[in-house]
Write a new protein. Structure first.
Length: 70
């Protein structure tokens, strides 16, 4: 299992990034707002710096906050 609780996978060919929370797929985020919504639905308390906190969120295969197709 991933040591980071939230994993944002590389952008898909059609845009958006798969999001996994504690190993379970939450959905495809197309923006930070989508990502925050998935986290809230999973019961995660989101604070302003959470998405950039490497102990909580691992951005794979692309820059953080970038959701466009490669």
């Amino acid at each position: 299992m991933e040591s980071t609780p939230i994993v944002v996978h590389p952008p898909t060919p059609t845009g958006g990034r798969r999001v996994a929370i504690q190993g379970h797929v939450a959905g495809i985020a197309r923006s930070d707002a989508d990502l925050v919504e998935f986290l809230c639905q999973a019961g995660v308390t989101v604070h302003s710096a959470l998405l950039d906190d490497e102990t909580w969120v691992k951005w794979r295969g692309g820059p953080a906050h970038h959701y466009a197709a490669p």
